[in-house]
Design a protein around this ligand. Structure first.
Ligand SMILES: Cc1ncc(COP(=O)(O)O)c(C=O)c1O
Length: 455
């Protein structure tokens, strides 16, 4: 059984002149702004470069072994190089990787999604969660003939101007004069029209949410909702808010998009049934591609017909050179085949045990922090106050430094978390790994909070 080998220099600064990762970073930063492809994988003074992965483990270029709780940002539910996925890809590989014609594997994966949840009556595949969200919003505009959308404050739905609005607003920017969440641009240079076309909703204030939807509803094409939004705390949406959204969408003819790009893993049918939601469209990505690039827009056939190109020009076209490529389809099929209801339950119970254990240790040691999350997802919060939305999960500059220290100390001790100290379990993890995560998280949270207190 795997034991995590503790780094003897865990308390030493993580900067080693002989490190192959450091050499790779110094080379990469000459040709890539920021010195690595993804800001979310950035560590000071340099990120660990991966040599290979196997199961729940990553081996960096220096052959240090890292327990991967980030799982490529929640996309690898069976960890790395899962043998059935590798077999499925190998089988396809010799027959070609991409065609400008359909293949049977796209039918199979669309059928599997539908069989797991009839709300996925029809599907169109694309190559990422961002694309899926973009297509869903374009589809909603095509169906309704309206331009504006509504999203929840602090929620991430990919790199698309409209959904990047109010992704990370600062407290001084939160409310307008009437107490409604403001629309704040996600990037310098975002067109002003994007702000007037994007209404921002509070995740945990059902009555205010209802008021806003009553007022803005007749002009909205879509409301997009992630039921367990990772950046907004990774806490579940309340039944009240979910009900308000569902009813407002029905009343005003708004397309309800449930963004299950991460939350699909919560149950065999995704997250919508857990909250009594009947979405018109659902966006997925990550685990449904088994580690290969993928995205999907699914939903009711009458709504999905907006993309129908077979009976004349579609109202809304979905393009994509690699959409539905057989390798992503095969990897997704093999992944979902091994992620049935029993596997989901096992994984969710393990994470429930992890959250319980860490919270009990925090309580016993008097650490004012909690590990929250749903299903196999978890996120650390450095507060004992209730966390119910983006604002209650908000970390100012000083607190962000404490999260960064915990993330770095965990990595130094061989455990990879995401920058906000969230993570997900994967099926190859045993109780041994889960216990180590629990112990290290308790230790590093206590140390970092004590150090911040006495600074
Ligand atoms: C809820 C949600 N929607 C959309 C996206 C975008 O997906 P991708 O990174 O595949 O473009 C993400 C990515 O993390 C996400 O969490």
């Amino acid at each position: 059984m795997n034991q995590i080998s503790k780094n003897p220099d865990a308390d030493a600064p993580r900067d080693d002149a002989r490190s192959a990762s450091k050499a790779a970073f110094l080379r990469e930063r000459c040709v890539v702004p920021g010195g690595s492809m993804r800001a979310a994988s950035w560590f000071r003074p340099y990120p660990s470069y991966v040599g290979r992965g196997e199961g729940c483990w990553i081996y960096d270029l220096d052959e240090s072994r890292i327990l991967d709780c980030a799982n490529n940002f929640f996309s690898l539910v069976h960890g790395h190089a899962f043998p059935p996925v590798i077999e499925a890809i190998k089988k396809k590989l010799g027959g070609g990787t991409a065609f400008g014609l359909p293949t049977e594997s796209e039918i199979q994966l669309a059928e599997v999604l539908r069989d797991r949840n009839p709300q996925f009556e029809q599907t169109r595949f694309c190559n990422s969660g961002t694309e899926a969200v973009m297509h869903a919003i374009k589809g909603a505009r095509g169906v309704t003939g309206r331009e504006r959308i509504a999203k929840f404050e602090g929620c991430y739905h990919g790199a698309y101007d409209w959904v990047e609005v109010s992704l990370a607003p600062k407290p001084g920017e939160w409310d307008d004069a009437d107490g409604n969440p403001r629309s704040i641009a996600g990037n310098v240079g975002a067109p002003a029209s994007v702000l007037s076309q994007t209404v921002v909703l509070p995740f945990d204030n059902p009555s205010r949410c209802e008021e806003i939807l009553e007022r803005e509803g007749p002009t909205l094409a879509a409301v997009i909702l992630d039921t367990n939004a990772s950046r907004a705390g990774m806490v579940p949406v309340s039944r009240e808010t979910a009900g308000v959204v569902q009813r407002a969408c029905e009343r005003h003819g708004i397309i309800l998009i449930v963004d299950d790009v991460i939350s699909y893993r919560l149950s065999v049918a995704g997250s919508a049934p857990l909250y009594g939601l009947h979405p018109d469209l659902i966006t997925t990505a990550k685990i449904i591609g088994g580690g290969m690039p993928i995205g999907a827009v699914s939903g009711r056939a009458d709504v999905m017909s907006v993309f129908n190109h077979a009976d004349g020009p579609p109202k809304v076209s979905i393009g994509g050179t690699f959409s539905g490529n057989p390798l992503s389809m095969a990897a997704g099929l093999a992944t979902l085949e091994h992620y049935d209801a029993a596997a989901v339950d096992r994984l969710n119970s393990k994470a429930e045990a992890l959250r319980g254990k860490v919270n009990a240790s925090f309580a016993a040691a008097g650490v004012p922090a909690r590990l929250l999350g749903s299903g196999s997802l978890f996120r650390l919060h450095l507060t004992t106050k209730p966390v119910t939305d983006y604002r209650s999960a908000y970390a100012d500059a000083a607190l962000s430094k404490v999260y960064a220290k915990i993330q770095l100390d965990m990595l130094t001790d061989g455990v990879l978390l995401t920058p906000n100290c969230s993570g997900a379990l994967s099926t190859p993890m045993t109780d041994v790994e889960v216990n180590v995560v629990s112990e290290l998280l308790t230790k590093h949270t206590r140390r970092a909070m004590d150090a911040a207190e006495s600074a």
